[in-house]
Design a protein around this ligand. Structure first.
Ligand SMILES: [Zn+2]
Length: 220
């Protein structure tokens, strides 16, 4: 069983000591997360459809979770599948839609000459530390505020993986670079193979707030 303890007098920092099934992490209560999710839900920008189903709240352990997550099984009105379906909080949905429609689909046609059919999801919601490093900060995945993408399946059946394509076939590489660059226009954190060894085989996309003003973006 997990044991939560208050690690600082200010009650701002919570250290979760993992049980035998998971690594421990350090997490902070951040009010902006609740406010941002509530505002997104209230705005009506995200509406359920056959490819986007509302799910019950994810809560804990520690500060992990989301008030009303969505299970997203496709983007672009069902044209592009997400496999397996991703569990995400509200603000992630419009960003993924924008990225798929305005960046990934055009890039597939431009660089690979074929429509995009599927995005291979490596991870979405997971209450764990960043890069699975025990004792580290809680990952945005713990807030259902992140998506890991390991590859893309095209309408002709071809699969382009981040692992093989980033430094591989020139067309696949150009496609992946364009997809990575375009993600930086919407997501506040974009990590790919150039970031570190943990991302040699996938793109990590999230909507974390970085820096004092929360406006710094990470794109590497
Ligand atoms: Zn990730």
């Amino acid at each position: 069983m997990s044991r939560v303890r208050v690690a600082l007098p200010l009650l701002a920092l919570i250290t979760l000591w993992g049980c035998s099934s998971g690594p421990e992490f350090v997490a902070r209560h951040e009010p902006w997360r609740v406010e941002e999710e509530s505002a997104c839900l209230a705005s009506g920008v995200v509406r359920e459809n056959p490819f986007l189903r509302g799910r019950s709240a994810l809560g804990g352990p520690s500060v992990c979770g989301a008030a009303k997550p969505f299970e997203m099984s496709a983007a672009s009105l069902g044209r592009v599948s997400l496999k397996p379906a991703a569990l995400l909080r509200c603000p992630m949905i419009p960003q993924i839609e924008r990225w798929v429609e305005t960046v990934v689909e055009p890039a597939a046609r431009r660089y690979l000459g074929t429509p995009l059919a599927e995005i291979k999801v490596a991870a979405s919601y997971a209450c764990r530390p960043i890069n699975h490093q025990s004792g580290g900060k809680l990952s945005e995945h713990g807030h259902a505020n992140a998506l890991d993408v390991s590859g893309f399946v095209l309408a002709d059946g071809r699969t382009v993986t981040v692992k093989a394509g980033w430094n591989g076939d020139p067309r696949e590489s150009a496609f992946l670079m364009a997809v990575h660059k375009g993600a930086c226009e919407g997501f506040t954190t974009v990590l790919g193979p150039n970031a570190d060894r943990f991302h040699h085989d996938h793109f990590h996309l999230d909507l974390a707030r970085h820096g004092r003003d929360g406006l710094t973006r990470i794109c590497k």
